[in-house]
Ligand binder design. Sequence first.
Ligand code: PEP
Ligand code: MG
Length: 575
Amino acid sequence: MFALHGTGLGGGIAIGRARRLAMQIRDVPRYHIDADGVEREIERLRDAVSIVHEEVVTLRDSLPDSAPEEAYALIDIHLMILADPMLVPAAEQTIRNELRNSEWSLISEMEHLVAQFDDIGDAYLRERGRDVRQVTDRILALLVGTGRVSTADPGEPIVFVADDIAPSDMLRLKHGAGFAIDMGGTTSHTAILARSMGVPSVVGMQCGTELIRDDDWVVVDGDAGIMICAPDESVLAEYRNRQASRELERAKLRRLVDVPARTLDGTDIDLLANIELPDEASLARENGAQGIGLFRTEFLFMNRTELPGEDEQFEAYRAAVDAMEGQPVTIRTLDVGADKALPVSHQSGVANPALGLRAIRFCLTHPELFLTQLRAILRASAHGPVRILLPMITHSHEIVASRRLIDRARDQLASRRVPVAERVPVGGMIEVPAAALSAAHFLQRLDFLSIGTNDLIQYTLAIDRADRDVSHLYDGFHPAVLRLIAGTIEAARKAGKPVAVCGEMAGDPRATRLLLGMGLTELSMHPVNLLRVKRQVLLSEVGKLHGPVTRLVRLGDPERIGTALARLESTGGRS
Ligand code: PEP
Ligand code: MG
């Protein structure tokens, strides 16, 4: 038994079998085998294929009754691919005839098969090439690494262990019981996704992939940021106890779902949810969200070769609007670039992608792509209250240019006689220090602000939010960051316009009283954090917080800030 330390993402405790993910699964070992090793090699391939087959069948059996027909169809396609004579049997022939190892043989046959799909004119059939890749990747994942197949029972919980996982891959791994990632800080997009999926995770572990083997039993403690490998019986029992008490705590929190988020002295606080995909809106509702404060639309653009068109985007936005049944949905326009690169964002060779053509900068240089998204958002506004949120605004001319394009998108829809809500508020994200310092000026052209603390901290402190080497310096309570947040809230108060915080800080109950004391009344966070933050709101008295928080923000010494924060937490501002 040994433990590895990193940073927990707060999703609780997972106990499961480790499954290591190769960084680039198709970068597999390729070697020749001896003639007398052929049968063993084929056996290895067949074992992996039969596990994948069983996994797919288990997945099909575990689909809820409400699952859409497409989900069943997709699973059937994967089963057909597993049985396709042109894939696995062809790979077996290659092992026999050319004495190549399983991974190499399978990759070659996969490439032949995909090339045939790529030649098909029909877009639907072409898409099936991706399914062939996915199925092959899954078989390869079992084959690579130790070279043996997993002995885990397919029904057992899986903890994914990886050097890093791209945000797009994360979405495919939703079934994981836990994640243990060597790289990364707590506000990398990978971490955000792990948290939003409510999956216990530890990031920044440094060497987990080197020390953990496939199928090892592991415990991921997402609260303490520890991963324990091969736990003995007493440690397992302790963690099972903790899992049970967490469940109890959750059950208690669930009682707060319908309780209004009002402080002890009667201030109503709006608690909204951040989502990445429209179907997460139901999780937001289950946790009592009063709307969507941040819909990160870029995830609709990931995991695909062609960008989603206007109709497809409209359907996604409308699905979120419908699910929220009259509550506001804040749709952020595409925030690609940096750690959310798309093939179309061409950032691979750029030295500083976080400082490059990211977010609104990218959209303004691709007006057709931007207009397509704006039309889709505006169309959704005819179905319920929608707000448009512009990411990473730094210059006021970016607001002017964006507003012009919003007007143009409106005109285009009007000429097609497509209905659009009369009023669609346009807000800006405050994510760079320049924006925080220009908030009052920006508010002359914006209807609301939303403070993205993840990036604001990154850009204020010059700390790459995804770089583990500097993650210990990433500090949301740095005096400079606090001043920028407080100044932005004050600017919005003076302008009489709404302001929210939608970065990770909004979902951290340790920051709730600080933000309320700054005068904030709107917070948007991952749905899983909503009830814990609500509990903190219910126990706070805003009137008692203003004074101490104003003094705290003036402090320059981080140690004194720490003490003042602890006092806010324990006494709620009462001296
Ligand atoms: C932020 O920067 O705080 C934010 C909410 O945006 P994202 O995390 O998607 O960059
Ligand atoms: Mg951001």
